[in-house]
Structures are given as C-alpha cells and as structure tokens.
Design a protein around this ligand. Structure first.
Ligand code: PEP
Ligand code: MG
Length: 311
C-alpha cells in the first residue's frame, strides 16, 4: 500500500459529531474494485455496467454478467453494492444499440432507462444476472439511470421485484425527477443523485463541453436546490456524481440531507478527512450559505468560509 493511502484517516465516514455517512466508490471497470478497497471505500455506490457491453456485437450472457456482479459483491461482503443497469446512449453510445431514429440531441434522446424500455429483453437479462449474483450476497442493490417520472420508477421497481430484487432505487439526474421526488419516493427504496447529468440538464449545458464547465458545475445554486428536494423526499438519498468528490461540496451535500457519498476511489481519503472535521450542524450551515448564494463561485466561497470557521 502506498504511504499516501495508509496515511488517510481510517474507519467509516462521518461527521465529527458522529453522523454516519458511508463513503462509497464509483466503479467504471473491474480494476477499480482494488483501488476502492485500497482507499477505504465502505461499499460501491455506483457500479457502472456499461463496460460489459462495450467493444462487442451483442449482449453479454447471464453467466458472464453474473460473474462480474458477483466479483463486485465479493469485494465488499459487508457493504452495499449499488449496481446501475445499462446506461447506453448519449455520452455512452453502444454500436449494437442505436437510437430508433437519428438524434440531433442525443443527451435528450433514447438513453438510459428510455433505451431499456425499448429493449426490455436487455433489462430482463441484466436483472436475471443480478438476481443470480445476489443470491446469498445480501449487499446487492439495483438502480436505474435517466429516470424522468414516477411512472418510470414504478415500472422499473416492478421489473426488479419480478426478478426477485427487492430493494430497487433510481438515479435522480433529470430535473423533473428531482422536482417530483416525493412521487418517485413512493415507488422505490432509495435515490442516488447523479450530479453530472443533473447539472447538465438543470443548466442546459452539455456535460462534454469544456467551454460550458462554468454552467454544468455542481456548485450551481439551482443544482443544490434540486439535490435538497431529492434528499428531503423521504427515502435515503446518496450522491454519486463527480460533485461528491469535492471535499467542501461533500460537506454541503451532507448538510442538504444526503445520506451517503460515492466517488472515484482516489477521492475518498480527502472527503473522509474533511467531513470528519465538521459537525452536522456546521455542514447544514455551509449548505444554507451555499444555497443563499447566486452563483457557483460565490456558493463555493460561502461554504468554504463557514467550514473554515472552526475545525
Ligand atoms: C451522473 O450523471 O452524475 C452519474 C453519476 O452518472 P454518469 O456519469 O455515469 O452519467
Ligand atoms: Mg448520469
């Protein structure tokens, strides 16, 4: 283990006054699992399944998928592992799953759960593989990307339960889903906010455009308002977008009511250290200061000032 890893504060994530906040890893390729363990992740908050479907002509079979999911579950036998079903389309195109018509605006097109609704056999195959991997491995949770309304979250939850997966959740990454989070909360067990897409859609700024990074910034006060709606809707709400990897924003998210944070494995030690330096009330004060600001830059400065007051 490199010294910069072993020097990180050990133990579970949480505030100075003992509010537990599990710090989880985003997994994009299986190799990330070892990094997640090395950096002290308590589980997996976002297991992206797209890698299984890349560079091939068709859908991977049940056994192949189940083996990959089981590997992730076995890497964290005592923690939750949140597997996201296929998020194809837009910034994650798959050659064998083209949209049904040309898409001038792929980010607003048939991506994520929308694509799976057109290919229910792919969703059913994935859920069957997950059920197989989850047998005897109780940490498994399953969630859907790119959900817009409660009709979609209810249909996804029903498909999960039909497959024997009893703790379905949804990502909150469309503003409509955040605005109607209370409706969605009646249909699923948990939320996970994807700040990358939620910022993109809230500010109408392509997440792949460097020129617009000022707009698709998780510090945008409008984004913070949407996170607060999701976090206050009555089911446990995590954050798994890049925003969770910013130690200051992580404290603000906790102050907004977020229950867990999932990030790139290397970001975990710094987030753990920052969060451990503040009480929950201080995080709430930082969140209030950020939401009272009018720009992303002043929101960040206001939160920093609150968190610098006392450590
Ligand atoms: C997000 O949109 O914030 C997210 C975590 O999902 P992805 O980056 O895979 O779209
Ligand atoms: Mg997303």
């Amino acid at each position: 283990t490199p010294s910069h890893v072993s020097a990180a504060p050990a133990g579970p994530g949480g505030t100075r006054d003992g509010r537990r906040v599990p710090l989880l890893a985003n997994i994009t390729v299986p190799g990330d699992l070892a990094a997640a363990r090395a950096h002290g992740a308590e589980g997996v908050g976002l297991y992206r399944t797209e890698f299984l479907f890349l560079d091939r002509a068709d859908v991977p079979g049940t056994a192949e998928q189940a083996a990959a999911y089981a590997e992730a579950l076995d890497a964290f036998p005592d923690g939750d592992v949140v597997v996201r079903v296929l998020d194809a389309g837009a910034d994650k195109p798959l050659p064998f799953l083209p949209p049904s018509a040309p898409e001038p605006n792929p980010a607003l097109g048939e991506r994520g759960l929308r694509m799976l609704r057109r290919h229910p056999e792919i969703l059913a195959g994935q859920l069957a593989a997950l059920a197989k991997a989850g047998a005897g491995r109780p940490g498994l949770r399953v969630m859907a990307p790119m959900v817009t309304g409660a009709d979609e979250s209810a249909a996804f939850a029903a498909a999960c339960r039909d497959a024997g997966l009893d703790r379905p959740g949804v990502m909150i990454e469309v503003p409509a889903a955040a605005l109607r989070a209370r409706d969605l909360a009646r249909t699923v067990e948990f939320f996970s906010v994807g700040t990358n897409d939620l910022a993109q859609y809230a500010c109408a700024a392509d997440r792949q455009s460097g020129a617009l990074s000022r707009l698709h910034d998780p510090w945008q006060p409008a984004l913070l308002d949407l996170v607060a709606l999701a976090a206050g809707a009555g089911v446990p709400c995590g954050v798994c977008g890049e925003g969770a990897a910013d130690p200051i924003l992580a404290c603000v998210l906790v102050g907004l009511g977020v229950a867990s944070l999932s990030m790139a494995p290397t970001a975990i030690p710094a987030v753990r250290e920052e969060l451990a330096g503040h009480t929950l009330d201080r995080c709430r004060a930082a969140a209030a200061a950020a939401r009272a600001s009018r720009t992303a830059a002043t929101a960040r400065a206001a939160a920093r000032a609150v968190l610098a007051r006392r450590r």
